[in-house]
Ligand binder design. Structure first.
Ligand code: ADP
Length: 485
């Protein structure tokens, strides 16, 4: 409020205007007044003088109080308009109040003027405070990151904020009045039923304490979102405020964490089993060889040493895989890139068949010679060995394994092909994940910890390559990888 009240007085009688001002001074009001009698002056001062309140005579020559009031109410509805008149009947006075006047004071009872002005100004102040508070709440409602809406008793969305629009894809105000919130709630499980239960609870409860619940809602584009909801009653109404926080990402992350923990648990079981097996073999044979009471036929000794050697190789392989994994996860892979003849590496890998089934036949086919490519030779051989070992491990005795090499635009393409059981479609991407083993592999007909293909993929990624799986025509697996030339 300004220091002095600015009062616009519409009065053609100077003596009456004087009287009015005296009365206001008597009431202790601190004010400045502008006295006008003509219409043009009134209109001009409405803008220029910018009054806080208007006091107007009812009858004026050439311009009447009623017209003045109509203009003022239309242009400046927030400014209180009080008639100060000697000749307004009770009925007329009530009509003017209906049309927008704030009050009227009879000139015969001017003592009422001071309190009437004070009351009118207090009302203006109160209204503007209320408006400011409403604006503040509106701003909070609009700017909060939380999606919020007001629901009618029948779950119709009466109003919604921008957060609601962002979350569910409905423009603000657009759902109104046709969309019922239950239409937005997912229909997959018991969500709709639960929503109604909570809504009833909120409406039947006496207080305004909100209820909190988890639910799922469907975005306009069809995506289902996990949300945390809170719903509370708007005091004095049958409406409620509903706010929603999107926790879809957190929920997904939680699921992933759970799955990782489960996989780590499985891995520990698998890894301890994998390590235990060769140790048992070595320990068993060592004890047998040391036992003087056991006579071992000469021709068996060589087999025993070969089995112990295989078991030791197996242990070395396990430890190497674990060390590789730790290197990949902790320090990253350091590469020693050199230019290598692809054909030479492929042929070398295919001839080193240590530990393979005796009847395994490996074919190498150079479909087109890519020539040189820059790779880390040791890591490249590791990749090929791992894929060939898997082909041997997972395909039946006697069936052939083949490797093809071809030159494609800017890359060398290597494929390792077998006639084994292949990999089910749902596992094809996942076999390259850490610890991932196809369900069947978990019953341990074959050794392995689900690390081989993971390491292979990481090593190829580091060399700018790519690996993928394809089911092979006529049955079996085709693991293919590319290396930039
Ligand atoms: P592991 O060391 O346990 O074999 P890998 O990461 O090398 O782990 O392989 C992951 C899974 O992919 C294995 O559990 C196996 O089921 C499947 N797999 C890998 N290579 C083949 C293949 N050539 N044929 C069929 N399944 C395969």
């Amino acid at each position: 409020m300004r220091e002095k009240i600015r009062i616009l007085i519409l009065e053609d009688n100077a003596a009456d205007a004087e009287l009015v001002q005296r009365e206001l001074e008597k009431a202790g009001l601190s004010f400045v007044a502008s006295i006008v009698a003509a219409k043009w002056e009134f209109l001009q001062q409405l803008d220029v003088f910018d009054p806080d309140i208007i006091l107007s005579d009812y009858k004026l020559p050439g311009f009447d109080g009623i017209s003045a009031m109509r203009v003022a109410v239309a242009r400046k509805p927030e400014i209180p308009f009080i008639f100060v008149t000697g000749e307004m009947g009770e009925e007329r006075a009530i009509d003017t109040l209906k049309e927008g006047a704030t009050d009227y004071v009879l000139k015969q009872r001017l003592a009422r003027l001071g309190p009437a002005v004070e009351r009118a100004l207090a009302e203006v102040e109160e209204k503007s405070q209320r408006r400011r508070a409403e604006e503040n709440y509106r701003t909070v409602f609009e700017t909060t990151g939380t999606a919020m809406c007001v629901l009618g008793e029948d779950s119709v969305v009466l109003s919604a904020n921008r957060g609601f629009e962002r979350l569910l894809g409905y423009a603000v105000g657009e759902p109104e009045p046709e969309v019922r919130f239950k239409q937005v709630v997912s229909r997959d499980g018991s969500e709709v039923e639960d929503f109604y239960r909570y809504h009833r609870e909120v409406l039947s409860g006496g207080g305004t304490d909100p209820v909190f619940f988890k639910t799922r809602v469907v975005h306009r584009d069809g995506r289902t979102l996990d949300v945390l909801a809170s719903m509370g009653r708007l005091p004095g109404t049958r409406n409620s405020v509903l706010s929603l926080i999107d926790v879809t990402r957190e929920k997904k992350f939680e699921g992933e964490l759970k799955e990782r923990a489960e996989r780590l648990r499985d891995f520990l079981t698998v890894a301890s089993h994998e390590i235990r097996h060769p140790i048992t073999v070595i320990k068993g044979y060592t004890e047998m060889l040391e036992d003087v009471d056991i006579e071992i036929p000469e021709d068996m000794v060589a087999d025993i040493y070969a089995s112990m050697d295989d078991a030791a190789d197996r242990l070395i392989r396990i430890v190497t895989e674990l060390m590789d994994m730790s290197l990949i996860e902790n320090d990253g892979i350091e590469l020693d890139m050199t230019s290598c003849e692809m054909k030479e590496l492929v042929l070398e890998a295919a001839t080193d068949k240590r530990g393979w089934r005796a009847d395994r036949h490996v074919e190498v086919e150079v479909l087109s010679d890519p020539g040189l490519a820059t790779v880390d030779r040791v890591r490249f051989m590791y990749v090929l060995d791992e894929l060939l070992d898997n082909a041997d491990k997972y395909s039946p005795e006697g069936s052939p394994v083949s490797v093809t090499l071809e030159a494609r635009a800017g890359i060398a393409l290597v494929s390792v092909l077998d006639r084994g059981p292949g990999i089910p479609e749902s596992d094809r991407e996942r076999v390259f994940e850490r610890f991932y083993q196809v369900e069947d592999a978990l019953n341990h007909s074959q050794p392995g910890m689900g690390l081989g293909l993971y390491i292979v993929k990481q090593l190829l990624d580091a060399q700018g390559g790519k690996i993928w799986y394809e089911p092979r025509d006529g049955g079996g697996s085709a693991f293919r990888f590319s290396i930039p030339k």
